[in-house]
Design a protein around this ligand. Sequence first.
Ligand code: ADP
Ligand code: MG
Length: 699
Amino acid sequence: MASVSEYFGCLSFDDSAMRERLPRETYKSLRKTIDEGKSLDINVANIVANAMKDWAIEKGCTHFTHWFQPLSGVTAEKHDSFISPIADGKIIMEFSGKELVRGESDASSFPSGGLRATFEARGYTAWDPTSYAFIKNKTLCIPTAFCSYGGEALDKKTPLLRSMEALNRQAMRILRLFDPHTNVACVRTSVGAEQEYFLIDKNDYDKRRDLLFTGRTLFGAKPTKGEEMGDHYFGTIKPRVEAFMQDLDENLWKLGILAKTEHNEVAPAQHELAPIFTQANIAADHNQLIMEMMQKIAKQHGLVCILHEKPFAGLSGSGKHNNWSIATNTGVNLLTPGETPYENAQFLLFLVAVIQAVDDYQDLLRISVASAGNDHRLGANEAPPAVVSMFLGDELTAIINALETETHYDPKEPTQLKLGVHVLPKLPKDSTDRNRTSPFAFTGNKFEFRMLGSANSIADTNIMLNTAVAESLRQFADKLEGAEDFNGSLNTLIRDTIRAHKRIIFNGNGYDDAWIKEAVEERGLLNLKSTPECLPYLLSERNVRLFADHRVFMKAELRSRHEICLENYCKTLHIEAATMVDMVRRDILPAVSAYVREICETASAKKGFSELLNTDYEFELANRLNGLAVEIHRAAAELNRMIPEVDRISDVLDKANGYLNKILPVMKELRGYCDEAEIHTAAKYWPFPTYTELLYGVR
Ligand code: ADP
Ligand code: MG
């Protein structure tokens, strides 16, 4: 078998494939487009398309597709074959530059949140040459952005690219202030997304309609052994899981995805995959492919990969960590604390830009991870809370404090700089972060945002983050560009920014109730526990202005996203509630009744045999289960009655609030009765696999 270095990227039309297959001039001009965003000539596109097609056909492809990320959150593709008729009923395989660069698609079946009504139904896809084309299922996939004919974004990639551009514009202004002759051509956002997931046996999965329809268990008593022993985290990987991981890695490597780390996570049956970081839009594409591959490969191993944020109540949910940094095209990470005072001042300016951005736009970060599934994590007592705060580590916090109060940071090194900024001591790498409870942590040379749910697209978070940081940098550049005394102004700016935004910095335990109280009551931070609570902030005047100023979203685009997110929330809860009613009526109540009958028959047999036989056990159990059945029946009927009532609400925000405040509490109540019934019902009667079977079923 070929070695990894031989087959890595063999299904990706990457730099080496381009270099090998494109004429020198074409390659150079395509690289210019990729590296510097120069627009692409149609003649160049024709040559690239042809080379891509030949490459794909050699690898067995017959079709191509523009691959994109509509607002439904998953990826979409529409396959066209390469065939083109010529004379005599023959065909040739063809692929033109026009087909590569732009595709037409009927946008009307994708969620557009009202944009469709305002604009044309047709949409088009536009090639993103910075993300390499790849082969999946014998189809050449071309990563694209998806827009309406009016240019409104109908996907997640378009605004992500716009936000990267916004950040680039402002960061370049700052870099030129520090060095007017800088050789940096552009800055880019880098992202590494760690992905958590559960793996369970497909036979067990197939027996549960809740998993099938909603991705999570709507019922299930706690297993007698959960994650309390902490023996799963980084534990030995079971052979079946290991075979899956190897297969997954191999498939990802072929696609040129830098899958790096695979390990077990905290909960039983929970695992994680982390790739090596890359440019944000590519990382977003890759994360979608990783999720897709995980599900596909799992099936081939008789497993199911669950990406839901909270598949099992009472156990850790699954998240995604978005590791984020900004780097120059010359390879300098702007979030690396430097060794010279000069670099330090620049580092500190970028650091405080992020601090200000996170404080100013907490709401947007929260919104970027809003979904019915993720609400179970953020609103509940687990990592991380819904309150956004930042962890800097003791050392950096001490430096920030010293800058704020204009005292020396280290009495042993009281050097004061010309710049007026204190010397930042060389930070030992890895000294900073071991705080796992912080939603937003500085980890040595990058920030790690941990509020994402496992199923979220990482595009949303990076759109918000890039735009918010671009705004801080814009304000900074506006102030510094006109300054007479650059160093003095820089010093004041850093100090004032810390003073204004230090409330967002918190190094303690983020799960602690006392922190939530302090955060909200003393620091005035937002605690937006649910999707319907946070979504209205998306349309606040300052957020609308922010996105317009940086040309990331127009107001209509924001409105459409607001609506789609709330619609998804309602649909998710609708399906969950309806599935609950269905499972209660067709599975749970019949099982409980049958078991009660058996108990009663046993009791009457005993009494028939001899009046002297004690039937206390049978009586108590039958009585208890019968009581639960009555409650289950009542709560299910109530839920069933309320679903259409809430669905009738026409305003989407009101409807989402209806689901949150009316439906969810009844679902919770109903589940409580059912889980208790499960504990008391004989195993052979219970109609579907329990938590123990699901979580320990893969051996
Ligand atoms: P952990 O959070 O488990 O300690 P690691 O330190 O191994 O994880 O890194 C997690 C992720 O951060 C990986 O995907 C890694 O590639 C990514 N990463 C490392 N450096 C950067 C950077 N400068 N910018 C963005 N992501 C980065
Ligand atoms: Mg991490």
